[in-house]
Design a protein around this ligand. Structure first.
Ligand SMILES: [Zn+2]
Length: 159
């Protein structure tokens, strides 16, 4: 019981800190650009070997995820609530995708905002869905609510 109480205090403190920082950021101009990029998400080490003959250390094989555009540009993706999905679900690394991303000044790292699959001339928004709880998640895991299995969901985006 004591343990639970401590966990709650830690959670509340994090939420407060997050709120304060959000207010502070809101007073500034947005310092990012929103872009849509198409391609496939791959491991950086594999792409560097295939495209440029550059070998990475063995322990870097699955270290960094990048978006590879059709022209061979490699855009590294931040590993966060959205970017993490590409590390955990290999199906996402076998699809033609369009990513809505934020680009920040002075860094090649892109933050993923939305993920779309391009298939048969149509565009589908990708997320994860629990049929029991009817809630959306953004990475492959047990349901946050019922701990049951969730499924990768494709929702057609109307043109
Ligand atoms: Zn559930």
């Amino acid at each position: 019981m004591k343990h639970h109480w401590l966990a709650w205090v830690a959670c509340a403190a994090t939420a407060l800190a997050g709120g304060a920082s959000a207010v502070w950021q809101g007073e500034e101009q947005p310092r990012y650009q929103v872009e849509s990029l198409r391609g496939r998400v791959v491991w950086a080490s594999e792409a560097m070997r295939r495209l440029h003959g550059v070998e990475s250390d063995a322990d870097a094989a699955e270290w960094l995820i990048v978006l590879e555009t059709p022209s061979g540009e490699l855009h590294p993706l931040v590993k966060d609530a959205r970017g993490r999905a590409f590390y955990k679900d290999e199906r996402l690394r076998q699809m033609d995708l369009e990513l809505l991303v934020r680009r920040y000044p002075g860094t090649p790292l892109l933050k993923v905002i939305r993920v779309y699959r391009l298939r048969d001339g149509a565009k589908y928004e990708l997320d994860y869905w629990c049929d029991v709880c009817a809630i959306t998640m953004y990475e492959l895991k047990e349901c946050e609510c019922c701990q049951g299995p969730i499924r990768l969901r494709e929702t057609l985006v109307k043109p």
